[in-house]
Write a protein that binds this ligand. Structure first.
Ligand code: GLN
Length: 528
């Protein structure tokens, strides 16, 4: 292993969902802004092999990497904060490690030994960390869940041993805790955080850094108490109350006493260059003369995280275009024309399963008929194609995903792909190229004649129906290079009606929004 790599381990206590991912990503952003090369990895202790079959309503969106890994949404935070592209190596799940271990055991690779969580699973975790760290100056590892969870114990033990193996000076531990505010007595309570630090110490880890999350700013006395009873340097405690934008957190870290600790740890005293982040914060806070409303035609209404990369991409586009943005959630199951009429643009995001699909087809139909700017993503392309085919008279046109018995399967499973409908990891995943039709809207938006985007889907447009789809107002504007798969469609008669079989939201960055999202926001402005 490279002798120089430093490792930062980010764990959490008190409760989950306190912002470990954002914290890990922000520390990474600060270190990157110091000129260091930073890599980052999420370890998830649950027994799933990947995030592909997890319910997005519970876990948030499934983030897809360029090599087709179906991962936790924290990888999206990492990509956006660090402006890097991650791979399967950056998402380590207990289920995957265990299934590999068991396969090795069955293959007789342990030579008669007892296969155990320690040292075998812990060893596999450490190996996964070393592999993902390769080539970087600093490697950040976030451990999912909270310290003390049964399923996470092997991970905590693995990272404790890690410092023992590579040397204490090369490892830094950061623990993210939460301090609740008790409304009746009007005080912040540090006891749960102290207990969480005790738990971590019980596993042999004393963190150098404690990030204290709270809803509102807590007094400095809380930080002192946590330092004293947690056995942590006061300089290592950062109070981090909620901020209006997560992209302000790198600056908060950079101006805090943590910087001295991070400088010493990385042997790099260069001040972080965070001008671009400051500029982004300014643009976010601006009050705009103009503002647009984008309707997100959604199936999951109660959890913002389910479409996180999509909403982040919309916001980034609005910041870049200097307009205010309201994202209006339109319930796909109950949507009416009035919902579609009350917005400046419509976005139909990706999705699986029949629930809400009628509303999504209705949104595409409405956009085609009323020249409302429309961006369709994955399922949003399929609904556009179904809408067009129905307009051309194929009344029962559908995807066989939603109506297996339809006589007009305008979206279908390609011959040769049948039979893989319901198991994990069998989708068309990750980067695939597309070639654009000359003078198409997408060629203009991308300023290019081709593009490579990430995918996560199973069904394809049935090219047999292209003439009818065209008669309904929608033409193909991007194909796989061999012409076998439809990748992009658009409606030439509309000012902006673009859809892609891919997921462009995953490549959008806060400071470099994706052209399809910028296009939608511009079209929404023009429409007003
Ligand atoms: N359910 C559709 C398919 O499998 C669309 C998938 C998606 O939107 N990600 O093809």
């Amino acid at each position: 292993m490279d002798k120089q790599i430093k490792f930062i381990f980010v764990t959490g206590g008190v409760l989950s969902g306190v912002g470990k991912g954002i914290t890990a990503a922000s520390i990474g952003a600060v270190l990157k802004a110091k000129g260091l090369s930073v890599s980052i990895q999420k370890c998830d202790p649950y027994l799933n092999v990947d995030a592909g079959l997890l319910n997005p309503a519970e876990h948030g969106e499934c983030f897809v990497t360029k090599d087709g890994a179906e991962t936790d949404l924290d990888l999206g935070h990492y990509e956006r904060f660090l402006d890097i592209e991650l791979t399967q190596q950056n998402a380590t799940l207990a289920g995957r490690l265990l299934s590999n271990l068991i396969a090795d055991e069955r293959a007789g690779k342990f030579g008669g030994k007892t296969v155990q969580l320690i040292p075998h699973l812990t060893g596999a975790i450490q190996q996964a960390i070393i592999t993902a760290a390769k080539g970087s100056d600093v490697h950040i590892v976030e451990i999912g869940g909270t310290v003390g969870d049964y399923e996470g114990l092997s991970f905590i033990e693995a990272i404790r041993e890690f410092a023992h193996k590579v040397g204490k000076k090369r490892c830094l531990y950061a623990h993210v805790v939460y301090v609740p505010f008790i409304g009746t007595s009007k005080e912040f309570k540090s006891k749960p955080a102290q207990n969480a630090l005790n738990d971590l110490r019980g596993f042999g880890i004393v963190p150098e850094i404690v990030i204290v999350r709270s809803d509102k700013p807590a007094p400095a006395s809380i930080a002192r108490k946590i330092a004293l009873f947690g056995g942590v340097d006061e300089a290592g405690v950062l109070m981090l109350p909620n901020v209006d934008s997560v992209f302000k957190i790198p600056a908060r870290i950079a101006e805090s006493s943590l910087m001295t600790i991070l400088n010493t740890f990385t042997c790099n005293v260069a001040p972080p260059q965070l001008d671009a982040w400051a500029d982004l914060a300014l643009r976010q806070n601006k009050t705009h003369r103009e503002s647009v409303i984008v309707g997100l035609v959604a199936k999951y209404m109660d959890n913002e995280d389910t479409y996180l990369s999509v909403t982040e991409a919309l916001r980034a586009a609005a910041w870049a275009e200097n307009v205010g943005l309201t994202i209006k959630w339109i319930n796909a199951e109950t949507a009416t024309k009035r919902d579609f009429a009350n917005v400046d643009a419509l976005l139909v995001p990706g999705g699986f399963g029949v629930r809400g699909v009628d509303g999504k087809i209705a949104a595409a139909t409405y956009a085609l008929e009323n020249n409302t700017p429309y961006l369709g993503i994955c399922l949003g392309l399929q609904t556009a194609v179904i809408a067009a085919a129905r307009r051309a008279g194929l009344a029962d046109a559908h995807s066989t995903e939603f109506d297996p018995a339809t006589t007009h399967d305008v979206v279908y499973i390609m011959p040769g792909q049948e039979g893989k409908e319901s198991t994990g990891g069998t989708l068309r995943l990750g980067n695939y190229p597309a070639v654009f039709t000359a003078r198409s809207k997408v060629a203009e938006l991308y300023q290019n004649d081709h593009a490579t985007e990430r995918h996560r889907h199973r069904y394809e447009v049935n090219q047999y129906y292209l003439p009818q789809i065209k008669a309904g107002g929608v033409v193909v504007s991007g194909m796989s290079p061999d012409g076998s798969l439809v990748e992009f469609v658009e409606a030439p008669a509309c000012d902006f009606f673009v859809a892609t079989q891919a997921h462009p939201e995953f490549r959008s960055r806060p400071m470099r929004p994706h052209p399809l999202f910028t296009g939608l926001i511009r079209a929404a402005i023009d429409k007003k």
